[in-house]
Design a protein around this ligand. Structure first.
Ligand code: CS2
Length: 480
């Protein structure tokens, strides 16, 4: 494309797109990742415009306003090592503030609505270390109280749609539960809920979050969910850094559209799904999605090799002065730690179809793409919930095999050093569990290490040698 100077706004009229496709998919978490992944897959396979998405924001309502002003359209920039390519994505038919529960309920009451997808972050599931919904978490407790009050007052569960409701739930599980209750009352039939967050067994995680809340506030609804909601497991993959002002200017210069909300992503994409779609689905396989009967090993490969390495680079790399993934990879010390971590994890990724050597080689290329400025500080957010998926299971598997799990322990040590240094410097600790982490950072020495290891996994603190192994690795990041 040639560079242009004059730009025009991006919307269905200026772009010459047809009317938005009818809404059949509801999405929670209108971030860049959703738009680079599920919305892109849907766009690719929906030439007849049958599968529109209604996307609800999670934490930034502003995102819905910006996208609505463009009739849901946005530019996807595929950033390869040598060049960018640009494509306008048309699959989002409407964007809403996540607090718009009335609209959510209305859409979920339609029998034509077939799928709910989620990208709400690992931490937003509010699961405890036993994998069940943590009903004591402040936001969950507040939503449970609110829903009980609504349903008592409106007798919603016995059939009437009830009186005007005050307030709105803030957690994804409570919002979804409200929508599912509307669907149940409308007798709109079964539906698939598809978690696209980086959690192992993410379908079960979504079920535990939603069903856990239903059991606490409306057991009858829990029964309806068991009979009517299919929770699909997925492994999702596409590296998508946050959009910068420079990206916005670059899209305008290259395309002539003043898109206020483009997304930049890598060319690679992968989506593995396992589960039923009782009300139908787009033919995502036509864009490369893979439907399997068994998914755990694919999830482990992605969570350990890609995400685990990301977190290791995020903490160790920043401690050693890097800002991006590609920079950290150019630091031979970080690269060697990552390799060691991969070797350790690979011991437990033995199914031939995982093709671990090829996967590792591809990851080196993807991480090395220096035109993707994937900020380590972004990856470092919410380490507590991420490390429970990315480091803890590798240590467990290693110890079950009679080895210490040293490379995964280094990831935990780097996380603790990173938090301790941020705290000493008065910087923000960005983690959904900050309230639990901050008092632990006031401890010193081995006590601090033990407390943070215990936060990740209560069993680890008692298990011989784990805390000492992590503690011995602390303080080793800057001096090599
Ligand atoms: C990253 C992921 O921020 C993070 O925690 O590890 O967002 C990662 O980029 C994606 O899972 C890639 O598919």
């Amino acid at each position: 494309m040639t560079a242009q100077t004059a730009t025009q706004p991006l919307n269905r009229q200026t772009y010459g797109a047809g009317s938005p496709a009818p809404i059949r998919i509801i999405h929670f978490g209108l971030g860049a990742f959703h738009r680079a992944h599920q919305a892109w897959y849907t766009h690719k396979v929906d030439a007849n415009h049958e599968w529109g998405i209604a996307a609800f924001t999670g934490r930034s309502p502003q995102a819905a306003e910006t996208l609505e002003a463009q009739d849901g359209l946005y530019t996807l920039v595929e950033r390869a090592e040598d060049a960018d390519s640009f494509e306008v994505i048309e699959s989002i038919s409407a964007a809403y503030d996540g607090g718009n529960i009335a609209r959510l309920a209305e859409l979920l009451s339609q029998p034509t609505t077939a799928i709910v997808t989620l990208t709400v972050t690992e931490a937003a599931y509010n699961l405890g270390s036993d994998g069940q919904l943590d009903l004591t978490a402040e936001a969950v407790a507040a939503d449970a109280a609110l829903l009980s009050q609504w349903w008592k007052a409106s007798a919603a569960l016995t059939g009437s749609s009830g009186t005007a409701r005050r307030g709105a739930p803030s957690t994804a599980a409570a919002r979804l539960l409200t929508g599912l209750d509307a669907r149940r009352r409308a007798e709109a039939g079964p539906i698939a809920v598809v978690s696209c967050d980086n959690l192992s067994a993410n379908g079960t995680a979504a079920r535990n979050a939603v069903r856990g809340l239903a059991s606490a506030v409306a057991p009858e609804l829990a029964g309806w969910i068991d009979a009517n909601v299919s929770f699909v497991d997925t492994s999702i993959d596409r590296i998508t850094p946050r959009t910068t002002d420079e990206d916005i200017a670059g899209v305008a210069a290259a395309t002539g559209f003043a898109d206020q909300s483009p997304v930049v992503t890598e060319p690679f994409h992968n989506w593995v799904l396992c589960g039923d779609f009782p009300a139908g689905r787009p033919a995502w396989e036509d864009a490369g999605a893979v439907f399997v009967d068994r998914i755990e090993h694919f999830e482990r490969r992605k969570l350990w090799l890609l995400n685990g390495a990301h977190s290791l680079l995020a903490y160790a790399g920043q401690l050693r002065g890097s800002d991006t993934v590609a920079q950290a990879l150019r630091d031979p010390v970080c690269a060697a730690w990552m390799d060691e971590f991969w070797n350790e994890a690979a011991e437990h990724l033995t199914e031939p179809e995982l093709k671990v050597d090829e996967y590792r080689a591809a990851l080196l290329e993807r991480f090395g793409n220096s035109r993707i400025a994937h900020m380590l500080a972004q990856i470092a957010i919410d380490g507590s919930s991420k490390l429970r998926m990315r480091a803890v299971p590798v240590i467990r598997a290693e110890r079950a095999a009679g080895r210490p799990g040293q490379a995964a322990a280094r990831l935990i040590a780097a996380w603790i050093d990173y938090l301790a240094i941020a705290n000493n410097d008065g910087a923000d600790v960005r983690d959904a569990e900050t309230d639990r982490i901050m008092p632990l950072l006031a401890l010193v020495g081995r006590d601090q290490t033990a407390a943070l290891v215990e936060l990740l996994d209560p069993d680890f603190a008692a298990e011989d040698g784990i805390v000492d192994m992590v503690h011995a690795l602390r303080g080793s990041f800057q001096d090599q």
